[in-house]
Write a protein that binds this ligand. Sequence first.
Ligand code: NAD
Length: 444
Amino acid sequence: MTQVNLLAISPTEFVKWLKSCNIHRFHLALDQKNGQVMASHKELQSLADFINNDKRDFMGHEGLFFQVSEKHETLQGAFVHRTCRGQAAGGVRYWSYDTMEDYLRDGMRLAKGMTRKNALAGLWWGGGKGVMAHNPDQVKTDPALREDIYQDYGRLLSDLRGCYVTAEDVGTHVVDMANVFATSRFTTCIPAALGGSGNPSAPTARGVVAGMEAALEFAGMGTLEGKTVAVQGMGNVGSPLIGFLFEKGVSKVVAADINESLADNLRAALDGLLTEDQELETRIVAVGNHDILAEECDIVAPCATGAILNPATIPTIKARIVCGASNNQLEDAARDDAALFAAGIVYVPDFLTNRMGIVNCANEAYGYVNNDEFIERHLERDWQHSVFRTTLQVLETSRTGGLAPARTAMNLADDFSLQPHPIFGHRGVRIIESLLEDRWFENA
Ligand code: NAD
């Protein structure tokens, strides 16, 4: 029989191949003794070998767990990166992938990113990510399909015994989280009606404001008062951000979006709230237009899409500071971080400022109080892990060490991520050991 190159085929072809081998669930897990990733099934060892040899996205991930959904032939994965600080936490993405290599790389990359985001935020969570590969034979928006696959995803999480706790992410909505919750307790970001924490966009915007304030202080530019800010995107985060900026006394906001109605809504929401010295200018742009990044202003705030900081846009930036909510703003993390640094632009890494989404839902299980200190302290100046303090620490270390800020933040996060949970220690890795001992994948 010819050997199939499992990395080169699509997730949908891979699912068919798994079925032909009668495999419903499998894992690729790190053997803590010899440091090698081992596959649960010998047929899958080529994937483990690929990960063992990978230098780009693999970083000692503790365990990757997969299943084919009961219905709709969807590949579902739970990528557990590091659980020293607690259970691996991060959202579940529902996305399309051309090859299994793309799928595995995205899961490993995103899981590692969550370890860093959670550690920098001082949360007692490890890092992980869920990834479901969209099967192009299925209609993604069909509510019945979504109910089935998200409930099935919950069953996977229940059988993983809590080494990974999921949340909302790209392609996944709050109603999907209710379906995960129907079959597993190992989720956050459930609807408010079921005891969840609700929409995190306004807290996310407040985190961005805190990042801006730290960057201004670092750059010796004072406060937000009287500043001009260019905001890309007037969506869930961009709109409240603009409101908060005016409250802080900025004199002008120039905001762009591709959707005219959002600009109209924002103008209506701010009607009568601006002082005589404040101005909001809105622009409607074409999809893919990034002219707003080149605006003459003090701060540029990307709050639309990712990969917008790249060799085409960076040389056009006139602002001294870039600080926004968008995930993965750097098209190429190393190259573009270094380019901004070399250009003397103060870049506040996105995973530092946009943490409030995960912070908002991280402690759902502990109940709710008004002005919750476990949320508010992230937005204060003094708490050691607050957005403000961490941003200042990263920017100052970056200046002293001559290393660009995103790299500096990652190094700091990697140190924090190794701290053991004060009560449970490195329990996640023990959960994984137990799963392997009990051959969890046979429980299907
Ligand atoms: P959103 O979809 O509500 O808003 C994004 C807006 O950007 C949309 O209105 C869209 O029309 C606009 N847009 C797209 N392309 C544009 C362009 N070229 N120029 C100008 N505008 C453009 O999303 P959101 O929830 O506001 O999130 C914004 C970013 O922040 C995303 O990258 C998201 O992943 C990230 N983020 C959001 C949260 C949160 O709590 N919502 C948390 C963490 C990170």
